[in-house]
Every structure is written in structure tokens, then in C-alpha cells.
Design a protein around this ligand. Structure first.
Ligand SMILES: C[S@@+](CC[C@H](N)C(=O)[O-])C[C@H]1O[C@@H](n2cnc3c(N)ncnc32)[C@H](O)[C@@H]1O
Length: 235
């Protein structure tokens, strides 16, 4: 991500470029563990019995689809990359979920929804890509109802030996090469480890949630800290 466009435009271009291969790469490069993480997020959210859910940075809609498997909630997915949404829309059609999940082009930093309009906002592997993280979090706070919940799934940095060393080797040397060969995109899979490295994970992210105005923040580290699920509420 070194050219002169802003981060948002770079991110949009990159995801539009890799959209057709995104799902395959996602599951292949994570050996399918991403399914388990999304399933866990879905379980946490279903316990709240929400009627309306916003899936921010929905991409090709995998988290929304996971939620819809065992919930009747109405789900709205938004993303800035139309190419990702187009793939998502094809999946919704194939699964007969077009009446339950609607996808639209929108920016997480300027959500086109009124205050207090969702029970839950969720985001998987999206917050790390925001140009303005604090603004994205404030927007999610604004659109959920009082007492509503936000759930964030994001990569984090393992700290314990030897997972830390293995993860770092895989992320720095294996993943960018495999990603480049399969996606034919030079930057996408060097951007991934870079953006994870720069992301304020763990306690730092809980601090950002609190700064945005969320309360009752907690984190649940998964797979030795390779990913973390963050949960918080609106007062
Ligand atoms: C790694 S993908 C995650 C997609 C999906 N949530 C999943 O779990 O597979 C990140 C997505 O964030 C989207 N994104 C990045 N910045 C965004 C923003 N400001 N507003 C909305 N979506 C954004 C990208 O276009 C991309 O589709």
C-alpha cells in the first residue's frame, strides 16, 4: 500500500481486484479456521436474540450468511467494494437468503442509517482496514440501539512461544507468496501482514472501543491469539 491514493481507495481497489478469489483464498490460507471463528461470533450474537443486525465491511457476506443459518434476524451488510458485494449477492441468491440479508454499498465511516437502528453491529476482518478506526467505531455506536452490542472479529498477534514464531514465519514468508500466486495481486497479501502488524490489538483495541463510548468491553482470544473476538455494549 504505497501509492499516492488514500488508504480507503487503495483498500477498495485491492478488494475489488481480488473479489473473485477472496473466498477461496480466505479459507485456503487459514486452513478453514476462519469458519470456526465466524461460527463463534454468530453464537455470541444469537444469545442476544437480535431482530436487526448490521454487518459492517461484509465483503462477500460470509459472516451475515453464518448468522442467517440459525437466526431469523434481518441482516444488512455494507461494504465499500462493489466487487465483493457482487460475489456476496450471488451467494445470497444461491442460498435463497435474499429476503433475509440485504447488501449495499456504503462506508463504515459514514453509515447511511439513523441513530439507534440496529440491535447488533458486527464486523469480521474489517476494522483493520478502516482509514479512520475511531470514526468507524463511533459510527457503529451511533447506529446501534441503547443496550445494543458490537462484536468485532479481527486478526491479532500471538505472544506465546512457539505460536508467535510460527505465525510470524507463515505471515511474513508463506502467506504473501501463496496469496500473490493465487490472487495475481501484488499487494494484497503483503498488505495483510502489514496491516495486522500495525493494528492495535488486545487491550489497545478495548481502549479504542471505550474511547468511542462503548462499555462492558471484553476480548476472547482464539487459536492461541491468532484472532480475537471483541464484544462491547452501548450504554
Ligand atoms: C478482509 S475483508 C472481510 C470481509 C468479510 N467481513 C469476511 O469476514 O470475510 C475486508 C472488507 O472490508 C471492506 N472495507 C474496508 N474499509 C471499509 C470501509 N471504510 N467501509 C466499509 N467496508 C470497508 C473491504 O472492502 C473488504 O471487503
Amino acid at each position: 500500500m504505497t501509492n499516492k491514493q488514500g488508504k480507503k481507495e487503495n483498500v477498495r481497489t485491492m478488494f475489488n481486484n481480488i473479489a473473485g478469489k477472496y473466498d477461496f483464498l480466505n479459507h485456503f490460507l487459514s486452513a478453514g479456521i476462519d469458519y470456526l471463528w465466524r461460527r463463534r461470533v454468530a453464537r455470541i450474537i444469537r444469545r442476544e436474540n437480535p431482530k436487526t443486525i448490521l454487518d459492517v465491511a461484509t465483503g462477500t457476506g460470509d459472516l451475515a450468511i453464518e448468522l442467517a443459518k440459525k437466526s431469523k434476524a434481518r441482516i444488512t451488510g455494507i461494504d465499500i467494494a462493489q466487487g465483493m458485494l457482487d460475489i456476496g449477492q450471488q451467494k445470497l441468491k444461491a442460498k435463497g437468503l435474499e429476503n433475509q440479508i440485504s447488501l449495499r454499498l456504503a462506508d463504515s465511516e459514514k453509515l447511511p442509517f439513523s441513530d439507534n437502528s440496529f440491535d447488533v453491529a458486527m464486523v469480521a476482518f474489517g476494522v483493520r482496514n478502516f482509514e479512520d478506526l475511531d470514526r468507524g467505531l463511533s459510527e457503529m455506536l451511533r447506529v446501534i440501539r441503547l443496550g445494543g452490542m458490537i462484536v468485532v472479529l479481527e486478526f491479532s498477534k500471538p505472544t506465546a512461544f512457539p505460536v508467535k514464531q510460527l505465525y510470524s514465519f507463515y505471515f511474513r514468508f508463506i502467506l504473501p507468496r501463496l496469496g500473490k500466486i493465487i490472487s495475481q495481486d501484488d499487494s494484497a497479501y503483503t498488505y495483510l501482514p502489514e496491516s495486522v502488524g500495525q493494528f492495535p490489538d488486545g487491550k489497545l483495541f478495548l481502549d479504542r472501543l471505550e474511547k468511542a463510548g462503548f462499555i462492558q468491553t471484553r476480548q476472547d482470544r482464539r487459536s492461541f491469539g491468532v484472532a480475537t473476538i471483541y464484544v462491547a455494549h452501548k450504554r
